[in-house]
Design a binder for this molecule. Sequence first.
Ligand SMILES: NC(=O)c1ccc[n+]([C@@H]2O[C@H](COP(=O)([O-])OP(=O)(O)OC[C@H]3O[C@@H](n4cnc5c(N)ncnc54)[C@H](O)[C@@H]3O)[C@@H](O)[C@H]2O)c1
Length: 447
Amino acid sequence: MTLDFTRRGFLRFTATSAALIAASRTATARHLFNGGKLRHAHVGVGGMGRADLGSISSHPDLEVVALCDVDANHLAAAAKLHPNAKIYADWREMFQEMATEIDSVCVSTPDHMHAPVTMTAMSLGKHVYCQKPLTHTVKEARLIGTAAANSRVMTQMGIQNHSGGNYLSTIETFNSGITGPVSDVHVWSDRPAGWWPQGEERPEGSDSIPEHLSWDLWLGVAPERPYKAGRIYHPFAWRGRKDFGTGAQGDMACHLMDPAPWFLGLKDPLTVKSVGPKPTADCFPLWSRVSYRFPATPKTHKDGVNVTWHDGGKNPAELVKEYQIENLYSNGSLFVGPKGALLVSPYEPCRFFKKGEGEVEFERVTVKARDHYHQWVDACFGRDHCTAAFGYSAHLTEVALLGNIALEFPNEELRWNPKEMRFDGNAKATKMVHKPYRSGWEVPRLK
Ligand SMILES: NC(=O)c1ccc[n+]([C@@H]2O[C@H](COP(=O)([O-])OP(=O)(O)OC[C@H]3O[C@@H](n4cnc5c(N)ncnc54)[C@H](O)[C@@H]3O)[C@@H](O)[C@H]2O)c1
């Protein structure tokens, strides 16, 4: 079978994808019902991918059959651990050659390649675990969320804290009504904090590409640019650059903002507004503060709720003072209601504060952590369900990425029209809902 990724080939692919999905599903089902193992392929096996691969492959009912990485050193290290797996530098070749021999795929590449690999895998009927943020653009998130809703493949976004004991315990405390209807949520991260470059212009010049790296494959759907060595792009440092990463908010909001839609049942925001500095042409800014206004739900104030994101060392300092919060977590959120403020973190137990009184003890609920990776593998066998399936996590990603668009329009309240996927009255912002893919890198379109 040949998959053609040019525009014409893409049309051909779309026409045959239904048959491919059906064939692949039948193959998967027959294979699994025969007591076989889940045949797993992993794309991006260095950095977080190494940890993802370790956690997924620790499941006894899974075998790693394919490994893919554009860095031959990373690929060799993973191949040592899984010597029976076929190895690839190009994930398109992997799908072409092994489409009927793969049941599941994990995508641990830089952000700009999440959607192309995920969309292709889903089009072929593969179960997908994809790192956060699920996508690089709002439109990709919407397409993948919609496709997941219409598909039977098992999906999970890499927000492992969603299955962690702190969040699972905190939602029980929150549901006991400890704060009352929430009027404000503040979410903050200490990132980028020098972990990766932000606020910079595009580097000038070029360096020679190391032999172990395929720079063209690394660029993938992104526009071409010369390779630069050092802490600029590969590995890890790409995060702050708009062509590849999603900045501090895209990186951390999927972890830290997660409780807002989850605990409160929030849907689409009405407005989004940034009050921080504008990004440079190449990078996200050194810090940001972005406010969203959401309509009311049964868990919020009757008029709705404000959710404010802070990064780069910013936090809700006035509330911290008002509620006498000591030892504020460096990454976390604060849910504010008429009865008090609940301090939430994926890494620490929740704490409760009353205005003018400071920290107050309350009856703690302890819920055991779940294994986010094994939950997905078990779901592929029909023995569990995924708590961060794309039906949920694509929307979380969409909300986080709307904030990144707002950064480009400081102090302007953008009115989001989720049905039409546009910002009413701002065509420039609407254009940023998606991006063109590099010519020759078109991927199968999902309805
Ligand atoms: N869930 C978490 O807690 C968590 C933590 C860290 C990173 N992440 C996410 O994991 C992803 C990777 O981040 P990272 O820090 O590991 O980045 P990284 O640059 O260190 O590693 C990315 C890996 O993917 C490979 N790669 C790059 N392009 C590829 C392509 N087109 N095909 C195949 N392989 C490719 C690289 O060679 C490298 O091995 C990001 O989306 C990031 O947000 C999640």
